[in-house]
Design a protein around this ligand. Structure first.
Ligand code: FES
Length: 322
């Protein structure tokens, strides 16, 4: 895997947030080193000692200069990253991480901001809430979880909301007869100029996008943790690699990323699910078949960049800036 620019970090502390959620505070290996600044909504890739690479949102304040915090839910259905972190990692362990990348940026000029989080999806929103409070901007939050015991960061959130003089609405399915949040109702109640951010499980995000479909797209912000849709597996097509002066046929069922790597060309990538944005590539001709979940609909419509790990081609030929 192309590793790009990596930073060696050490786990400074681990905090148990709930039975299944832990926060890991990461600092540079050498005290004289600093960490690159980040903005609310950013994520980093952890290159774990077991060889896995996993993306997690940063949950601490962007005002912090010398630490990153990732808050990780133990997910039994995961491919093993979160379980490894919970069971094998301890204070003092070191590993490389990527520099922060933000596909879920906060619009700091919004007059009104609503943050809707489901489960561990609260982590980037918690980071945003801290930033908005620092800026003196109004915000509100709806935070959903299966039960109160499954909800991380409740007490810090309560304190922050008190300091900011804003409201956090809590919705615990178990306390509502098993009913999930009426997300369409929540979106409908927001003022028309509100910027709404949603992060949580896939069904919640799909419900949110449906409920917000008639709102201005620039006010709707979504972050998926897992693949939004199946990768493009349509018939084969040709990719021209402009800078390398090479051409490759991408067979049905194969990704452009696979084809490019097979040519021995180093390109950055991480999640291979279209969620992290690491493999973003400029398109100079042709029409991509976008399958990622990090470009906005407006960005996809421009057809000037694409995620080559999951997206394919609607045209017979694609020309890429590679
Ligand atoms: S590798 Fe993450 S979006 Fe392509």
């Amino acid at each position: 895997m192309e590793r790009g620019e990596l930073i060696e970090v050490t786990i400074r502390s681990i905090t148990r947030e709930t039975q299944d959620i832990m926060s890991y505070e990461l600092g540079p290996n050498r005290p004289e080193q600093s960490l690159p600044p980040f903005t609310a909504g950013a994520h980093i890739d952890l290159h774990l000692p077991n060889g896995m690479v996993r993306s997690y949102s940063l949950s601490n304040s962007q005002a912090d200069r010398d630490r990153y915090v990732v808050t990780v839910a133990r997910d039994a259905a995961s491919r093993g990253g979160s379980i490894f972190m919970h069971e094998k990692l301890g204070v003092g362990d070191t590993f490389p991480i990527s520099t922060p990348r933000n596909n879920f940026a906060l619009d700091e000029s919004a007059q009104s901001t609503l943050l809707i989080g489901g489960g561990i999806g609260v982590t980037p929103l918690w980071c945003m809430a801290q930033r908005l409070t620092d800026l003196g901007r109004p915000w509100s939050m709806i935070y959903c979880a299966r039960t109160r015991q499954h909800a991380a960061l409740l007490e810090p959130l309560r304190k922050l909301a008190e300091k900011a003089g804003v409201s956090v609405r809590l919705h615990f399915d178990a306390e509502q007869g098993g009913r999930v949040l009426d997300i369409a109702g929540a979106v409908a109640e927001a003022a028309p100029d509100t910027h709404i951010y949603c992060c949580g499980p896939k069904p919640m995000l799909e419900g949110f996008e449906k409920a917000a479909a008639s709102r201005p797209p620039q006010q709707i912000h979504v972050e998926y943790f897992s693949a939004k849709q199946a990768p493009a597996i349509t018939g084969g097509f040709t990719v021209v690699l402009q800078r390398s002066s090479k051409e490759v046929f991408v067979a049905p069922g194969k990704s452009i990323l696979d084809a490019v790597l097979a040519l021995g060309i180093d390109v950055p990538y991480s999640c291979t699910e279209g969620t992290c944005g690491e493999c973003e590539t400029r398109v100079t001709a042709g029409i991509p078949d976008h399958r990622d979940s990090c470009l906005t609909r407006a960005q996809q419509a421009l057809n000037t960049k694409m995620m080559i790990c999951v997206s394919g081609s609607k045209s017979e030929k694609l020309v890429l800036d590679l």
